[in-house]
Design a protein around this ligand. Structure first.
Ligand code: 5AD
Length: 350
């Protein structure tokens, strides 16, 4: 692959927002620092045209680390007996929202394991209360796979957005990351259901997850190109000591940033977080993500007492600039790279 040919792929991506599967794979396999620089420069132009210098913030509330699933990569998997389990109450969650609102958050993300106690009745009651108290805020749910009927009730109760990473667009890869009772088809069906119900929908995947190949990443990019999600969360895989993948190496920060730039060019309006995993692996990981094309950060609003328990992977950040209370430091970090933290719902601009 000559430099010139790689450049041509990047121009094609910028101008048409699409490549073939083979071209995506080539772009990934032949990654160079020059290519990364060019992609990032084009990605920043696209982001600037739509979102200016704004970075959107989301208050992340980790509502429960109790999970019925046994995903092989995840630190809160059911069979991890070393995980100290917790579940926030309705009052706890409302308190997080109050604190977040005062800090300037206008989106609350309730994320958790697939905890059977989060019935539709509980969640619709909670959503009603949040929407009643904070009508100017968006509520995002990230609670895994549920039935169409359940998603409908949550939507009718006021949930605006739903995050459900597809994890990998390759069904065979999916089967190597998950136990046999979880299916790629159902995951993809959930994403389509959420869209049909009018949610702003987020998908996403890990970078450098075990057994992942460039061809698989190309499929992830093609999926984003065709599905056109409103949000797309990507971050490096990081091993967790109490999982079967404990010995697998972490994903690459540079490749994650490279893919962020590509995703921005594939679907320019997409809301792209610079994730906690990226911030965990590199000192300036989130800044790097923003400078590659990301435009969202999701500081942690969970109560301090449970933060260290939502341990999806080793050394997951939960304080410092990662915490909502340290918003001032986040604002300074963002200003140091020419960005402004917006006090806004931060919906997708199409
Ligand atoms: N490393 C990085 N990301 C992880 N996730 C779960 N476990 C890990 C890990 N070990 C991601 C998954 C999930 C999201 C909530 O966190 O992609 O969808």
């Amino acid at each position: 692959m000559s430099e010139r040919n790689l450049e041509q792929l990047i121009y094609k991506l910028r101008d048409t927002h699409a490549l073939t599967l083979g071209e995506y794979e080539t772009l990934i396999a032949h990654r160079t620092p020059d290519a990364a620089g060019l992609l990032a420069a084009f990605a920043l132009v696209q982001k600037q045209q739509i979102y200016g210098n704004d970075v959107y913030i989301r208050g992340l509330i980790e509502v429960s680390n109790i999970c019925r699933n046994d995903c092989l990569y995840c630190g809160i998997r059911k069979s991890n007996v070393n995980c100290d389990r917790y579940r926030l109450t309705k009052e706890d969650i409302l308190e997080c929202c109050a604190e977040g609102y005062a800090l300037g958050f206008r989106t609350f993300v309730m994320q958790g394991g697939e905890d059977g106690s989060f019935s539709d009745a509980f969640l619709t009651g909670l959503l009603g209360e949040i929407k009643n108290r904070y009508p100017d805020c968006a509520v995002t749910l990230s609670l895994g796979e549920r039935s169409m009927d359940s998603y409908r009730k949550l939507r009718e109760a006021g949930a605006d957005r739903y995050l459900l990473r597809h994890e990998t667009a390759d069904p065979e890869h999916y089967a190597r990351l998950h136990p046999a009772n979880l299916s790629w088809d159902n995951r993809m069906q959930c994403l389509r259901n959420l869209r049909e119900l009018g949610f702003q929908v987020g998908c996403g995947f890990m970078v450098g997850s075990p057994y992942q190949t460039d061809a698989m990443l190309a499929k992830d990019l093609k999926f984003v190109e065709t599905f056109k999600p409103d949000m797309c969360g990507i971050g490096p895989f990081i091993p967790h000591k109490d999982t079967p993948f404990r010995e697998h190496p972490a994903g690459s920060v540079d490749l994650t940033c490279y893919l962020l730039s590509i995703l921005r060019l594939i679907h320019p309006p997409v809301l792209l977080p610079a994730t906690t995993a990226l911030g965990t692996l590199a000192e300036n990981g989130r800044e790097k993500g923003i400078l590659s094309g990301a435009n969202v950060v999701m500081p942690n609003l969970s109560p301090a007492s449970v933060r260290r328990k939502y341990m999806l992977y080793n050394n997951k950040l939960s304080d410092g600039a990662e915490s909502a209370q340290a918003l001032d430091s986040l604002k300074k970090r963002m200003e140091s790279i020419g960005c402004t933290v917006a006090v806004a719902r931060g919906d997708i601009i199409k």
